[in-house]
Design a protein around this ligand. Structure first.
Ligand code: ATP
Ligand code: MG
Length: 286
């Protein structure tokens, strides 16, 4: 049987949809079987295991899976021998300390000799140590946000994205311990063939991710301002410039980064560019 790269992704939960979408955007179609635990790709040498996110680092350390998609928070908590090879840009959240809305929290010394409920005991322990605070950690496996309300803890450390769960439970976020997003992890030593498949996957993944942050831009420029306008648009090599049917005008095509996008548009307009069109890019091969 030909070698396949085995990837572990979350079975259900917050990373499930985005992990599947990432594979799809990389042109990888999965077989729709009845087996909910594993499947394979139709058009790429890949096998997919569906697991609880907590178990993914262990499976990758043990080489049961070659690679996996999991939150950085889980990687740091579990301390397994795996290598992070790429940030994936989804599953963004933070690990934060929260206390009752009316608690007088000024800084983390508030936590001294208090009870803290969390599913992240290792990360909380580290945070307390760094800040020279002694506190009691209560490890619980879920619904951490109700712990203060039922008298189980004075504070919690939990994952937050919008903060609405904390708010609904009468809590306020007072300190951020860690920022996290989904990452692709790999076993530190892959076989030659697995390594080659991983490189193919990473190449596709980077092309997709790069394209997401980049736009294709087309505009009309009066020839006498062309130099100024093209200087604003570096492009992949340099902008494409084509003459328009109307004398004295050119069409300029280029790519721009999303983070500089509005700034560049304003400068282009000020430099006399007209009819500016902005188009999404599906993939970007560098
Ligand atoms: P599983 O059944 O796989 O163990 P889970 O309940 O532990 O699932 P989810 O709540 O689905 O996990 O979260 C999975 C990951 O999504 C987290 O480890 C984290 O990296 C990320 N995440 C993003 N935003 C949030 C959030 N607001 N709350 C919790 N996790 C978040
Ligand atoms: Mg979990």
């Amino acid at each position: 049987m030909p070698t396949r790269l085995k990837i572990a992704i979350q079975k259900s939960g917050r990373l499930y949809e985005d992990s599947l979408k990432l594979l799809k955007d990389c042109g990888i179609d999965l077989k729709n079987g009845i087996n909910k635990l594993k499947t394979e790709a139709e058009n790429f040498p890949m096998e997919v295991f569906f697991l609880r996110d907590d178990d993914i680092p262990q499976y990758v350390e043990d080489a049961v899976a070659d690679i996996g998609i999991v939150g950085e928070n889980v990687i740091l908590e579990k301390n397994k021998k795996v290598t992070v090879c790429e940030k994936l840009g989804f599953g963004k959240c933070r690990l934060s300390v929260a206390v009752g809305r009316n608690e007088p929290y000024d800084d983390c010394r508030f936590l001294h000799h208090k009870k803290i409920a969390t599913t992240y005991p290792v990360l909380v322990e580290k945070f307390l140590k760094e800040n020279k605070i002694e506190a009691e950690i209560h490890e619980i496996s879920g619904s951490v946000e109700i712990a203060p309300g039922i008298g189980l803890a004075d504070a919690i450390v939990d994952l937050v994205s919008s903060g609405s769960t904390l708010f609904m439970n009468g809590l306020k976020e007072v300190e951020t311990i860690l920022h996290s997003e989904a990452v692709l992890i790999r076993h530190p030593k892959l076989g030659q063939e697995q390594q080659e498949i991983l490189e193919k996957l990473l190449f596709r993944l980077r092309s997709v991710r790069k394209a997401k942050h980049t736009k294709y831009i087309l505009l009309n420029a009066p020839n006498e301002r062309l130099k100024e306008i093209t200087a604003l648009l570096p492009g992949m090599k340099s902008p494409t410039v084509l003459p328009l049917a109307e004398a004295g005008w050119s069409s300029v095509h280029s790519v721009v980064n999303e983070d500089q996008f509005w700034e560049i548009i304003e400068k282009l307009k000020a430099a006399g560019a007209q009819g500016i069109l902005v188009v999404p890019i599906e993939k970007m091969i560098l």
